[in-house]
Design a binder for this molecule. Structure first.
Ligand SMILES: [Mn+2]
Length: 398
């Protein structure tokens, strides 16, 4: 502080002592550095000690961890790549890519979504200032790579996706799914339902589009996931909540299905008029009515198109990033969440990685709120995973 300053330290100023920023400063002091030290030790062991001229002796010769951010192999957040997916149960969270865009009806490119999200995720540290959380210290995360999708055949891809998601979900690792277009919403939920037994899941769906029609262009496309997901007994339509719907790209045949099945829709105007907290309460009450857990399907195009140009059907007038992130965080704080998918990131249409960055932000905030709400790391398998669930699922899907 300058000698002639008229200001005292912020935390001694009664007008500012209770700011989020001051709380964040205090929270950081409570976080351990154990995981960081392990990363340094591992880097030195596997990456060799640095050249003699390097004064910081925590730096290895070969980059083997978070640093430097521009180096290394691009898994999500530089998490370990888990080649042997049979060991996914050893992690709290498993990130999996679903590079499938054959369900796209206009601008393709979401098959590169997982790569785009992973690439820009290298920009992030595992620490968040105001949340006071350091993922490296508090959970274990792996990147299991991508599901092998079949570009010429949506249905075969759906079977692959359901099998892969079921494998992760049944292991107890929390699945975070990087799309891919929104057609994957049906097979991902089907994979979760495979191991719910008679338990039920409510779907909270952030989107500008309803995605509820039976077919589009004669197939089950990215306009169709919730028609088919809510046909499953484990995922009732009355528990489908759709936040941010509106504009000029909502097919009328999908609207008809929403009306017939009485799904729960809030437009962007609804959300801003009733307020974010009331919108969160609306979503939770309906998604959790008679269900055991919530699955979050986050279409990046729910955000105003100005922030997310890299998507298949950009639509102006969407949610502000702060609004979407606020609602997402509050929902996770208050609901048992069984999985997250982030879809419709199309890097070929992106500018400066901004759409992929938004997706990364959604994922990292989700992980943080899962930890802050005590859902992760898990002490035991959640009740909604069937006790006989195991990773050896069959390949037949209805
Ligand atoms: Mn959409």
């Amino acid at each position: 502080m300058a000698e002639n300053s008229t200001f005292g330290p912020p935390n001694s100023d009664p007008n500012f002592s209770s700011t989020e920023a001051n709380r964040a400063l205090e929270k950081e002091a409570q976080l351990p550095l154990t995981g960081w030290q392990q990363e340094v030790d591992r880097g030195l062991e596997l990456g060799l000690e640095a050249a003699a001229s390097i004064r910081d002796r925590s730096i290895p010769t070969f980059s083997r961890g978070e640093l430097p951010h521009y180096a290394g192999i691009n898994t999500f957040l530089k998490a370990p790549y888990l080649e042997d997916v049979r060991k996914v149960d050893e992690y709290d969270i498993a990130v999996v890519g679903v590079p499938h865009d054959s369900g796209t009806t206009y601008r393709p490119g979401t098959r590169f979504g997982p790569q785009g999200i992973r690439r820009i995720s290298a920009l992030y540290t595992p620490y968040n200032f105001e949340l006071g959380i350091d993922l490296r210290e508090q959970i274990t995360l792996c990147d299991v790579g991508d599901i092998f999708t079949i570009p010429a055949n949506n249905e075969k891809s759906f079977d692959q996706i359901s099998k892969g998601v079921a494998h992760i979900f049944s292991s107890g690792a929390f699945p975070i799914i990087l799309g891919g277009d929104h057609s994957i919403g049906f097979p991902t939920v089907r994979g979760v339902c495979r191991h719910l037994g008679d338990k039920k899941v409510g779907i909270i769906h952030f989107d500008r589009h309803v995605d509820t029609q039976e077919t589009d262009l004669d197939e089950r496309m990215h306009t169709c996931p919730w028609f088919h997901a809510t046909n499953m007994a484990n995922a009732p339509a009355k528990n489908l909540v759709q936040l941010g719907i509106g504009g000029w790209q909502v097919p009328r045949q999908g609207v008809k299905v929403c009306r017939e099945r009485a799904t729960n829709i809030l437009t962007v105007t609804d959300i801003t008029e009733i307020g974010l907290d009331a919108a969160v309460d609306f979503a939770l009450e309906r998604a959790l009515d008679g269900t055991d857990c919530v699955y979050i399907s986050f279409d990046i195009d729910c955000i105003d198109a100005g922030f997310v140009p890299g998507t298949g059907w950009p639509e102006p007038g969407g949610l502000m990033p702060r609004e979407a992130l606020y609602m997402l965080g509050k929902i996770i704080q208050k609901a048992p969440v069984c999985g997250l998918e982030i879809v419709e990131v199309s890097p070929p249409y992106d500018i400066s990685d901004m759409t992929s960055l938004m997706a990364t932000r959604v994922i990292c905030d989700t992980m943080a709120h899962l930890v802050l709400s005590g859902q992760l790391p898990r002490q035991k398998a959640p009740d909604y995973i069937h006790p006989e669930a195991n990773m050896a699922v069959g390949s037949e899907w209805v």
